[in-house]
Design a protein around this ligand. Sequence first.
Ligand SMILES: Nc1nc2c(ncn2[C@@H]2O[C@H](COP(=O)(O)OP(=O)(O)OP(=O)(O)O)[C@@H](O)[C@H]2O)c(=O)[nH]1
Ligand SMILES: [Mg+2]
Length: 713
Amino acid sequence: MNKHMVDDVRDIALVGHRSAGKTSLADALLFKAHAVDRLGSVDDGTSAGDIDEDEKRHHFSIDTHVLHADHGGKHLNILDTPGTPDFIGAALEAMSAVETAVIVVSAVNGIEVDTRRMFFEAGKRGLARAFVINKIDAEGVQFSSVVDSIREAFGKNCVLFNMPNNLGVNFSGVIDIVHKSTNVPTTFPYDQREARTQLIEAVVEVNETLLDKYLNDGTISDAELEEALPRCLLAGYVVPIFCTSAKRDRGIKELLDALEKYGLSPSVSRKKLEGLSFGSNGTTKLAEPTEASEFLGHVFKVVNDRYVGHLSFIRVLSGVLTPNHTIIDLNNGKSIRVGQLLQMNGKTHVPIQEAVPGDIVAVSKVDGLHIGDTIAFRADAPMVADMHFPVPMYGVAVTPKHRGDEQKIATGLHKIAEEDMTVKITHDPQTHEMVMCGVSQLHLDVVQERLKHRYDLDMITKEPKVPYRETIGTKAEADYKHKKQTGGRGQFAEVHMRLYPLPRDIKTQDQLEANFANKSNFEKMRAVHYDPLMNFAIIDHIVGGTIPNNFLPAIEKGCKEMMERGVLAGYRIQDVAVEVHFGKYHDVDSSDAAFKTAARQAFKKAFLTAQPSLLEPVVKLEITIPTKYTGAVLGDLPTRRAHIDNQKTLSAEATIIHARAPLSEVSRYAAVLSGLTQGHGSYSMELSHYDPVPASVQQQIVAKSELKDDDDE
Ligand SMILES: Nc1nc2c(ncn2[C@@H]2O[C@H](COP(=O)(O)OP(=O)(O)OP(=O)(O)O)[C@@H](O)[C@H]2O)c(=O)[nH]1
Ligand SMILES: [Mg+2]
C-alpha cells in the first residue's frame, strides 16, 4: 500500500433510505477501483459491505461497514451505512467520522422519509453533501420528476453533475454536465442545456465576479466553472447530483472520479477541529488537520465480534498515530497501549504503519475505548464534541429462556449495547426486571438474534411491567393470631396493628416525628422507625409488654416484606404507617418467624380494609416534531390520558410539545409517534410523579395480577 498524506484522504459515508442501493454502490465502487477482485452482490451474499450473517439473511444492512479503495492517487474510505431507520445509530456514528455524505436515492422511489432525515442530519454535522440517483436501469424510472423533487425539497443548489443517456435497460452511460459534451443523443431524459444552466446559476449565485461575467456574456467557461466548484462544494453552496446503476455498472467510474476530485479532504474541511486547541494558559496550540500537529483521534465505532474480538474504530483528526503506541483516553483518563493499526475493508484488513489525519483505522483487543471517546498522547488535549444519538424509548423486559442464564445474558447484552448507542440495558429495581431499550421492535429483534448467534443465548421478551404502586386511603386495623401445633415445638404469635395513610410530603425521620409519629398522636409511643424509600413508618406503641421487645424487629420485617410485595396487585406499597399496639406471645412457642408471619397477615388484613388503591407513574414528555405534524400529534395525545403543558414552534422543522401522561399509556409511544410523523418525530421521557389510577383501570390491573396467596396463613 502506498503512503499517503492528509490531502489525499477522502472520507465518505453512503447514507439514505433503506434499499436505495448503498451497499451495492459500495461494492461497485470497490470493484471499479480494483480494491476487490470480484464484484460483490447483496443478493447472493457476496457483498463486501453486508458481511454479517444477520445482514445476509435479512437482506438489509444493520451495521456501518468501513471499506477502502485507492483511486487516482486518492485514499478513499467509504462507510456503507444502514438505511433502515431502526439502525440509525450506525448511520449517525459513520457521519461523525467523514467529511462528505453521499445520499443515495432510488430512481424508482424518489425521495423517501430517510432521504430527508439523512440530508438534514448530514447538514447538522456540517458535512458536504451529494446525491446519487441509483437504479436508473430499473423499470418505471421517472427521472426528471426525481430531479425536480430533489431540487424542490432540498434547494435549487442541488444540481446534476451528470445525467443518464437513457432510462431502464437502455441506460448505458452518463453524460457529463460540468464539461460541455458534444455527443449528446436526442432521447436523453433531461434537457442537458437546462441542467447546465442550473449548475452555472448555482455557482454564480455565490461568486460575484462570475455573476457579472454570466450576466454580460450569458455563460462562463468550463475552466472558470472548474475553478469555482471546490469552494462552492466546501461551503455547501452546490450539492452535486450523480446518476448510477450499481447493478449494471453505469456511472460508477464517473462517480469514483468525482469523489476523488470533489470529495472534501480533511485538510480543507476543518469543521471537526473548530475551536479545539492543545494545552492551556497562554501556551495553547490550535489542533490542525495536519501531520505536523499533535495527535488527536476520535473513537466512532466499536465491534465486539465473536470471531474478530473487540475492534475500536478511530478517526484520526490531527497528527499521526503509529503502531504500538500508548494513548490516553480523555474521557476516563486511562492510558491504553494500542498494538497494530488495521486498515479495514469489510471483513478483511491489512496492518498499516501510520495513520494520518482523515485516516480511519481499527485497533484490536483494546478494551475501555468507547464510542465517542477522544484519544490523544497528552492529557491536556482538547475533547471532541459529544456525539448525539436518539434516546432509545422502546423497552422490553428480558428473561432467560433457560434457567441460570441471567448473568450471561446480561453480559452479552451489555457487550452489544457497547457497540450500539441506541441500545440501553437497565435493571428496574422496582419491578426486578432486566429491561432492554432500543429504537423499535425490529431493532430489538436483531439484538436478540445477535445474542443467539454470538453467544448462543436465548431470551424471552415481553412488555415491561409498569411500576405501579399501592397505597391506602384511610385508617384501618386488624389482628392476626398465628398458631400451629405440628408435634414438637409449636408456633405462636398474635399481633394487633393499625394502618394509617402517611402524607406523601414526609421525606425524613424528623419530618415524620414533627408531623405524625409523636406523643400527642401516640401517647405511649416507645420508638419509631422510618424508611424514606417507601415512605413507611413503624411505630412501637405496645403497652404493658404484651409483645416482648425482641420480637419487634421480626414484626417490622414482616410488614416491610408486605410493603415490598404488595397486597392488591403485587406492586410496592408506599405512604403507610403501621402502629403495633397489642399482641400475645408464648414462652416456648413464640419465635421471630412466628411473629413475622403474624405481622404479615395482620398487615394484609388491615390493608385490604383501608381503601387500598393503585398509583401509576406519570411521565413528562418532550416531543419534537416537524411543525406540520403538530395537529396530528396534539390530536392523539388526549386519547392517551395525556395533559398538554405547552407547545413551542421553533421553525418549520421543529415544534416542541411538553406533555404529561401515564407511563402505561405511552410505553409504546415510539411506534405511535413514528406513525403520526412518518418517522420524523422524537421524544424524551422522564418520571414526573405518581397519581391515583382511575377506578376502572385499577379493576383491570387487579384482575390481571398474578398475586399468589401466602402459603403460611
Ligand atoms: N435494478 C437495480 N437494482 C439495484 C441497484 N442497486 C441495488 N439494487 C438492488 O436493490 C436492493 C437493495 O440494495 P442494497 O445495496 O442492499 O441497498 P442498501 O441501500 O444498501 O439497503 P440498506 O443498507 O438495507 O438500507 C438489492 O436487491 C439490490 O440488488 C441498481 O442500480 N439497479
Ligand atoms: Mg446496505
